[in-house]
Design a protein around this ligand. Sequence first.
Ligand code: BES
Ligand code: MN
Ligand code: ZN
Length: 490
Amino acid sequence: MDFRHQATTVAGVSAFNADALLLLVAGNKLPQDLPKPLAQALQSALKEGDLVLDNGRTLYLGKLAGVKAPRAAVAVAADTAPRAVKAALAQGLAQLKALGGKHLAVWLAGVDRVTAAHAEALTGATGDAVYVYRHTKPSASNGSKLSKVTLLCARADEPAVAQGLKRGAAIVAGVTLAREVANRPGNHCTPTMLGEQAQELGRAMKLKIEVFGRKEIEKLGMGSFLSVAQGSDEPPRFIVLRYDGAPDSEAPVVLVGKGITFDTGGISIKPAGEMDEMKFDMGGAASVLGTFRTIAQLKPKLNLIGLIPTCENMPSGKAVKPGDVVKSLSGQTVEILNTDAEGRLILCDALTYAERFKPRAVVDIATLTGACVIALGHHRSGLFTPHDDLAQALSAAGDAALDPCWRMPVDAEYDEVLKSNFADMANVGPRAGGAITAAMFLKRFAKKLRWAHLDIAGTAYKSGAQKGATGRPVGLLTHFVLAQAGAAAD
Ligand code: BES
Ligand code: MN
Ligand code: ZN
């Protein structure tokens, strides 16, 4: 998608040459500064009751006299905040994307100052509107010919809009990659294939990629990770991605993504209902790949490392059993009481591996617990960290990216449930507070790190008719990494 901006006057909006014009109005009153032909059309639609100024409403206006674009539509936003604008744009795009045009122009009427965040809202809404999964369903099509979007703005707003579109377009590319990888079924998206995806991304975007196989993972001593992998015929991979945007002397940010390409639960097997959705259990890994795609395009001045432990969690004669004790890379032993709590078992070794980079911050991203979905639903990801500054930075990044998270507690009291008579810790506690217990487990492997954990079990994908990966939290991670680059430059 080609995203552009164009400075224009109000009168210039109706004279702009595009295949379609999407006009956004905010609030429950028509803005004063509407282009004349549009003002007339909207006033009459209001009078006739065809248009209601309610949040999310749209009206297709077709061809209007005095408007150069051969089709126009209006979408109504609750207010002028980027979040409301994005939701309304999504509605408007749904109206227009399937029509004939290639080039869409967008005018945010009533938004006094168009900011970078508004521009990003437009790129995000457009990316979502036109993405179609086709890898194993080539017949699928969204019917959209849309290939170019121009955001019309006032001259004074141009620099911010240009920056927002550039950032937003890069995020769309990253989100699209994350969705594409995560949507692929378990028999296509294997650990081997994830390794190949990383290599391909490395070649395309000039990133350094290393992919370790079972032998090398054994040599490293990742006994906890390997215990999950041992039940599957698919060989595991440990993927290391590097983006070098600053001198070697600068401490990197490390992103760690859970890459369970299918989670059956192992011997503690899951019930059959919706088990197919456990193909999305590599959503964390997908978001790391997506974020690297975005960062490699934006080229900020910082060093970024990605770590992806990836394997299947399967039951078999070789699978790890409840009660088995394994030794992690950190040297700590773990009693595996439930083989379905496998995410933490692969992440803990990756966190220990992260220590060697002496990072300034480590963020792990994982579809880790059903309990997090119960706690927060599908809107905000769970954020766990003992470091207030990191919590602040990640929360702010999530808000700015319209990819929000919510901080959860990691008080020492929550750690007690992990006690085991047979190892340094158990891998599960009781049902209550399950998302926190998982974070407490990881925290035991992050003592030497400035670490945060994002539980994306509720946000990485959608169920039901809309079933599919969301590409979250690529937006959040991108904003976080860019802010870190800014802080490093200070
Ligand atoms: N991948 C699941 C978590 C999950 C559940 C993600 C639902 C998305 C939707 C994870 O590996 C898991 O099975 N967690 C268990 C932990 C339990 C055994 C302590 C869970 O949440 O039930
Ligand atoms: Mn599991
Ligand atoms: Zn899992």
